[in-house]
Design a protein around this ligand. Structure first.
Ligand code: DGJ
Length: 737
């Protein structure tokens, strides 16, 4: 009897235990998982719900109590979302989805549906500033996985997001869309600032309210991919943000090829942003157990307007992304606009002397130094044949490098290694290295074609051009890497699957650049693309600076540099003084000083006074360049909306600054009628103001050395006294102790 009772009691205990375990596991299963990604000012909060759907529940200012993030969805009363996944953190397609997807696939069995459920996540602290979060998602039906990556930079309020896709299905899967990131924002209205351009017209802004439906910004050019559309944008919430007010998100793709941004205002009036490589003509076949990685999409969110967003992004770029972002840069004299293709050793020897005379660090030899069977005497021939032209340079580059050293300056060189002229030995020897359609007529952009960088042999060739130059000339100090053609007739003789071409081209380019940087980690390289047709944060990992535009008319440059400054730090902007435009030399030099200064003028034709001014300006620049390169930038007067442009650069201790001011309108009686209010200063510090970079024999109309408090300068301001005949004024601020 006793035994029976015991058995029954044990059974009861066991079944109670089983019950508890069942309830526990049910609870674990039904539990939501909330994943906040916090930076100094912001939080992105993801949540896996009961169904294990991973959603964005918050993207905005960071809350003091993290446990309150869970409360956020409860305070929105928006129309119901019939699919339940409008705010998916990575929207799959073909199952419940009703909106623009982040990913679309065809499985090995031909099925087109995808569902992605949360499996696990892991957060790693990479440094005091950087954390990396990974989240695994899996299809409940197919053996198909996506891992989402979020690298957050605490101090800079920047997040980089990308994904990797893999599967273990019984055959290949086709990826039709493969975004890097899928954001979800809530606001009353959304204001997009986008850019368009063309040769000499880069970074033209347009701002508009996003309406319901999808706005796509993209490029299909393949290489020189940003010619018409750069891979950056900003979106303000509720109203267009100003420099100091409003909530604004800046976004940028780290990818030097076809990109695509979809901005969709949905039926709940929320904004979905899907960013990634462009899937145009690119369905990608993925074999089992292979990884497909997407490039990072980066963004920063500011609730203090565009100025704060730019300063954070610029700081991030200098700290982490651009090559040698905290390092120095070389001032230079370039020969492109003074000689074009028409030079020889004697002419270059003179230019090397001029480089020294001017007082810059380096001479940069541009296009036209190579090709023998097909000499590069204009842009119709020679590209691809990277041997010194024997009649122009009988003693080769080596003698020029030596001659530069004799003059106490460094030597740099132009290359365009991804390209080929049909009139070249390279084309004759390797027609299969050239991107073209075998059955169609060739179609040229600047009389040239693009080499097939998806082919490892071509990658070796391109690497070999750079490596060869450095091996033969170890003292070569600078490379200008140009890229003038877009891709027509996209077709690779190497690839089996042509739809991999656009993606594999850029991957091939990055392989080459990785290899170059492994061997030559610090040599400065300028990213040029027939002007600014290839400026992006993917490429800037390998380059110290970029060429914003061939348009060096200083008036045009004020606008181009202004728009670039939203996204890129001044240290990356190669600004050359040329003969473009009608402004006086001082105006041209002042504008070029706002980034990395260079010259492309005929020094021997300068009047003695102009030469003296140039020499003096370079010396002045050398004293202020640390503030321009590493300081905080404040855009003060917008040339798009007024007659004046003004930008302040301030060092991190707020003890020294440089203020550039320009008149951008030459109509009668136009001038700086109102003072310009400064920003970022210490209100209690006294600042001494003096005008610098004055043209010889001109007097400043600003009282020299007058001091004001930071408070005064920020509340009342300072008038640079811009007017006709005084259209460009540079002021230096120094703390007066
Ligand atoms: C285009 C560049 O933008 C120019 O600066 C110059 O290098 C030419 N190419 C040379 O062909």
């Amino acid at each position: 009897m006793k035994l029976k009772l015991n058995v029954n009691r044990n059974r009861l205990l066991l079944s109670l235990l089983g019950m508890t375990l069942f309830l526990l596991s049910e609870r674990t299963l039904c539990q939501t998982v909330t994943i906040p990604i916090e930076t100094a000012g912001n939080a992105l909060v993801l949540q896996a719900d009961n169904n294990k759907d991973l959603k964005t529940i918050y993207l905005g200012k960071r809350l003091s109590a993290p446990n309150e993030y869970e409360q956020v969805p409860g305070v929105y009363h928006q129309p119901t979302d019939p699919s339940g996944i409008f705010n998916s953190a990575y929207t799959p397609s073909g199952s419940r989805n009703l909106v623009e997807p982040a990913i679309t696939v065809t499985h090995a069995d031909g099925n087109n549906s995808l569902d992605l459920r949360y499996i696990s996540h892991q957060s790693t602290k990479v440094s005091d500033d950087i954390s990396l979060l990974t989240i695994r998602l899996k299809d409940p039906v197919y053996d198909f996985e996506v891992t989402l990556y979020y690298r957050s930079y605490y101090k800079e309020d920047v997040i980089e997001q990308w994904s990797t896709i893999r599967h273990k299905e019984k055959g290949n899967v086709i990826l039709h869309k493969f975004a890097s990131a899928n954001l979800y924002l809530k606001g009353e209205s959304y204001w997009l600032r986008q850019y368009h351009g063309d040769w000499a017209k880069e970074m033209r802004p347009e701002e508009s309210r996003l309406t319901h439906g999808i706005k796509t910004l993209d490029t299909k050019l393949g290489t020189r991919a940003d010619l018409f559309q750069p891979p950056v944008f900003m979106v303000s919430l509720d109203r267009p943000a100003s420099e100091d007010e409003g909530t604004v998100l800046y976004g940028a793709m780290e990818w030097s090829g076809n990109f695509r941004f979809d901005l969709e205002v949905d039926a709940q009036d929320n904004l979905r942003i899907i960013a990634g490589m462009n899937n145009y003509a690119s369905p990608y076949t993925l074999a089992p157990n292979e990884d497909f990685s997407t490039p990072p999409f980066l963004y920063t969110l500011s609730d203090k307007g565009k100025g704060a967003a730019s300063r954070k992004l610029q700081q991030w770029a200098r700290n982490y992304q651009i090559l040698d972002g905290k390092g120095s840069r070389l001032t230079l004299l370039n020969n492109w606009e003074s000689t074009y293709f028409d030079f020889n050793e004697a002419r270059l020897a003179e230019l090397l002397k001029d480089t020294k005379k001017l007082g810059v660090d380096l001479f940069l030899l541009d296009d036209g130094w190579f090709g023998n069977k097909y000499p590069r005497n204009d842009d119709h021939a020679g590209l691809g044949d990277w041997q010194e032209n024997k009649s122009k340079l009988p003693n080769g580059i080596a003698s020029l490098v030596k001659e530069a050293q004799n003059n106490g300056v460094k030597f740099g060189i132009w290359i365009e290694p991804e390209m080929v002229n049909p009139k070249s030995e390279l084309y004759e020897q390797h027609p299969d290295w050239v991107i073209k359609q075998p059955k169609r007529d060739e179609y040229y952009f600047r009389n040239q074609l693009v080499l097939d960088l998806s082919n490892p042999k071509v990658q070796d060739f391109v690497y070999g051009i750079v490596d060869g130059l450095f091996t033969k000339n170890p003292d070569l100090a600078y490379i200008k890497w140009d890229c003038n053609a877009v891709i027509y007739n996209a077709n690779s003789a190497f690839l089996k699957d042509q739809s991999h071409f656009y993606v594999d081209y850029v991957r091939g380019l990055y392989k080459v650049l990785e290899k170059i940087r492994a061997k030559y980690p610090k040599v400065p390289m300028m990213l040029c693309s027939g002007g600014g047709g290839r400026v992006d944060y993917g490429a800037l990992k390998y380059f110290t600076e970029f060429w914003p535009s061939d348009n060096t008319d200083p008036l045009e440059r004020i606008f181009i540099q202004w728009e670039n400054s939203y996204f890129y730090p001044a240290i990356t902007s190669s600004n050359h003084v040329t003969d473009w435009g009608k402004q006086p030399l001082k105006f041209r030099i002042d504008v070029a000083m706002m980034g990395k200064l260079g010259f492309d003028i005929v020094v021997s034709k300068l009047s003695p006074k102009d030469l003296e001014f140039c020499q003096h300006a370079i010396k002045t620049y050398n004293t202020i360049k640390p503030i321009i390169w590493q300081g905080d930038q404040y855009r003060l007067a917008d040339p798009e909306t007024g007659n004046v442009a003004a930008v302040l650069y301030l060092d991190s201790t707020k003890t020294a600054g440089v203020l550039f001011n320009y008149l951008v309108n030459s109509r009668y009686d136009v001038g700086s009628k109102l003072p310009i209010r400064l920003k970022g200063l210490d209100p209690v510090k006294q600042y001494r103001i003096s005008e610098i970079n004055l043209y010889p024999d001109t007097q400043s109309t600003i009282p020299d050395g007058k001091t004001y408090t930071g408070d005064f300068l920020m509340k009342v301001g300072l008038n640079p006294d811009l007017r006709a005949g005084r259209a460009s004024v540079v002021l230096k601020l120094e703390e007066a102790k």
